[in-house]
Design a protein around this ligand. Sequence first.
Ligand code: RB5
Length: 164
Amino acid sequence: MPDSRTMLPSPPKRIGVAADHGGFESKEYLAGMLREAGYDVVDFGDSQPEPDDDYPDFVVPLALAVARGEVDRGVAICGSGVGACIAANKVPGVRACLIHESFSAHQGVEDDDMNVICLGGRVVANALAWELVRAFLQARFSGAERHRRRLAKISRLEGREAES
Ligand code: RB5
């Protein structure tokens, strides 16, 4: 729903997080920071550091929740962030990206309406991960016609009408 003062989408409030063993510690850290910052956090697991767990078991439920609007945005973490990103993008309506620097963390939302940020728990240290997540959550889709047009072309690939 747009913010009536700015016509930008409302700020995200309900944030889903998910990680396998490669991202577990990072997920725990980010979930704590998100709660401290006032976000409602929904944790899709893993609930413990299990060395033999599989990222799709946590990332796919998170991605489905994002696609259904049950959470506003998602944070998906595995060792590199690659598997999490591949899995999340299989869910129609999810626009997930592996992010390592702050420009893409906000521009991916502003231009491309990214709704899931993927991080590598073995690549990005906690302080940077939090900076990236904050940039991602503070950014909002511009709604510019050229960006809607591009997103509509992607939605058609998924057999969906453009969302906006
Ligand atoms: C699991 O060891 C590791 O492969 C996984 O966390 C992730 O990096 C996959 O992309």
